[in-house]
Design a protein around this ligand. Sequence first.
Ligand SMILES: C[S@@+](CC[C@H](N)C(=O)[O-])C[C@H]1O[C@@H](n2cnc3c(N)ncnc32)[C@H](O)[C@@H]1O
Length: 207
Amino acid sequence: MDTFWSESWKNIDPKRIAEYVKSMDFAPDDMIRMLRQHQAKSVCDAGCGCGIYCAKLLRNGFSVFGFDVSEDAVQIAKRNAPEAELKTADIRMTGYDSDRFDAVISRDVLDHMTKENAQLALRELCRIVKPGGIVIFTLDFPDEEYEKEPHEKNTDGDFVYSSGKWAGMVFHSYTYEEIEQILPQTAKCSIIREVDHFIVTLRKTEI
Ligand SMILES: C[S@@+](CC[C@H](N)C(=O)[O-])C[C@H]1O[C@@H](n2cnc3c(N)ncnc32)[C@H](O)[C@@H]1O
């Protein structure tokens, strides 16, 4: 998993990043609205990639932190979101103190891990968010390409890509029931189904 992402970010075409950043709509979206609704000020972007959403969070007035497993991604993210505090870390063991952030967001990261690792990651994200704070994450639905690229499906239902351009990548296509299976018990949850992805919001139980 980590090798796939490290290699992808190492070899990424800077032009592709520039186009992606240029295409970003910085106007508030559903995630930003949810963060505001919960009065979040400090927000951590878990698996921030090139930092595009960190830039959006900054533009919308949040105090932004973030990390990615790929050091190359973090270097790119620092250029796209210079005021954010960013580091290299694994989502299953981030190194932040407990109860650190008002909110943690994670876009299209947990669906690129095995279900078992996604469960560990969610436990960690709930650890670093404050009691009463929120964790918001998205899970993509598979398109034709996810089905077509050569992969094996393991007993947990994870797609493990064996060859081709996604060799080494993992994807899990979640049902409502499977999302419920990976949620920590210390959180209240709401699941919204959008056109092509789920948005899941967890509120960490107040002590
Ligand atoms: C599909 S990209 C999404 C990037 C970003 N969240 C966005 O919305 O543009 C998945 C990201 O998750 C990161 N990632 C994968 N496994 C990770 C892990 N174990 N810990 C932290 N980041 C991870 C990858 O390096 C990659 O940047």
